[in-house]
Design a protein around this ligand. Structure first.
Ligand code: ADP
Length: 404
């Protein structure tokens, strides 16, 4: 890419050029919109009216490359520094557009994270050039994340699918040897279970990432939810030689109810329980605590496992992140459990957090915001009262002044 554009694109929306332009734009920021008309009355008002409304950075330069107008987004843009905009090469491009009338466009390079700004230079009314710029950084980031996710999913699916194919062929070939067939069949069950868990988690993750719609909001008793998940994990804990201990210190006089997706909320608790059991030493103890802190119901799942080193603690909530990828992949984990938990909790207005110390153990905390029907009834009464009083005063008050 043209080095001049690279400089410009590297600064979010720092896309306007010209010696002295900085001063002029800063001046316009202070002077506001009226200044455009004062500077160049021949710039048609219709043009500035349109540019005022568009959702991107727009600056108009006249034939001497002096800025005569900056739209509200350009006026608010704080990333422009004098260094960014004194770029002779960029000015040359503007001048070329001005003389030839041929628009110039710079598209960001999707593989270069520092190149995120799309720039259009267009001539208008023969004597002016409009510079339009928009930062596509967020869009590029989302696309990159999507690409990574698809690559990860295909990679994760490939292994069990290939294993199932090979094992099925092996079973056919060993048809006369029942012991060998039995062995292969066990591996087949293991691989197909892994495939099943992976597809279940991918579905749960996509559900957890989708916004909570009003029709998704069922009333869920958090105490029952936690107890039922604990019961579902008892057998699993016994298989691992783990004791599951539940303590409920929450104020029993208070209802612990949340409005949300019961299956997703259950999956968040289940993932923490399953992790704690899987990462605990034989004969260990997993504690599940419940308490209410202000307006949140807090569930803590604590284990006496190996713990998680500080450098991994912030990353374990990422999709497919495993502290020890190779070892834990065959261990029953899909690498999505904590990501599902975090997305679910955030979609419900809560969050999940971790405390861990290598050699001591880990403690994961879920904070559920409590639904307070009394509080919401009171606040809706307050809102109704406020609406009534504003309606009353609106009926008697004079008509509002038109916006300036
Ligand atoms: P997985 O399905 O692999 O368990 P998670 O998203 O649930 O995926 O967890 C991500 C990683 O965090 C795990 O692979 C593991 O390395 C680590 N981890 C999660 N919970 C614990 C725990 N209780 N103790 C130690 N490490 C844990």
């Amino acid at each position: 890419m043209d080095p001049s554009l690279l400089v410009l694109a590297s600064t979010a929306l720092g896309a306007v050029a010209g010696a002295g332009v900085a001063v002029a734009i800063l001046g316009m920021r202070r002077a506001g919109r009226r200044r455009a008309a004062e500077l160049r009355p021949e710039l048609e008002e219709v043009a500035t009216t349109i540019l005022d409304e568009i959702d991107m950075f727009a600056v108009v330069l006249d034939s001497s490359l002096t800025p005569v107008y900056a739209n509200p987004i350009a006026r608010q843009e704080r990333h422009i520094s004098d260094d960014d905009i004194r770029d002779p090469d960029f000015l040359l491009r503007v001048r070329r557009v001005m003389t030839t009338g041929v628009p110039d466009t710079h598209e960001p390079d999707p593989t270069d994270p520092s190149d995120t700004v799309r720039i259009h230079i267009v001539r208008i009314q023969r004597r002016f050039a409009v510079i339009l710029a928009e930062d596509l950084g967020e869009e590029q980031r989302v696309n990159a994340m999507r690409r990574d996710f698809i690559a990860n999913v295909s990679h994760e699916l490939k292994t069990p699918i290939a294993a199932i194919g090979l094992l099925s062929e092996a079973v056919q070939q060993a048809a006369d040897e029942p012991a060998v067939v039995l062995d292969f069949a066990k591996s087949l069950v293991k691989e197909s279970r892994r495939l099943g868990e992976l597809s279940r988690d991918i579905i749960q993750l996509s559900e957890a990432q989708s916004a909570l719609r009003p029709e998704d909001r069922e009333s869920v008793s958090l105490r029952n939810l936690v107890r039922s998940e604990v019961e579902s994990h008892r057998e699993f804990a016994v298989q691992h030689g783990i004791e599951l201990v539940v303590t409920d210190e929450s104020d029993q006089d208070r209802d612990a109810v949340i409005l949300g997706r019961p299956a997703s909320l259950g999956a968040a608790v289940a993932n923490l329980l399953s992790n704690a059991i899987r990462h605990s030493p034989d004969g260990g103890r997993v504690g599940v605590g419940m308490t209410i802190r202000r307006r949140s119901f807090i569930v803590t799942v604590t284990d006496q496992g190996a713990g998680i080193a500080p450098e991994h603690q912030s990353r374990i909530f990422e999709r497919f992140y495993r502290v020890d990828g190779a070892r834990t992949r065959g261990d029953g984990g899909t690498g999505l459990g904590l990501s599902i938990a975090r997305h679910t909790m955030r979609a419900h207005g809560g969050d999940v957090d971790v405390w861990s110390q290598p050699g001591v153990g880990s403690s994961f905390t879920l904070a559920f915001p409590l639904h307070d029907p009394e509080g919401s009834a009171k606040s809706s009464k307050r809102a109704k009262k406020a609406r009534r009083s504003t309606r009353g005063s609106a009926e008697t008050a004079p008509a509002p002044e038109p916006a300036p």
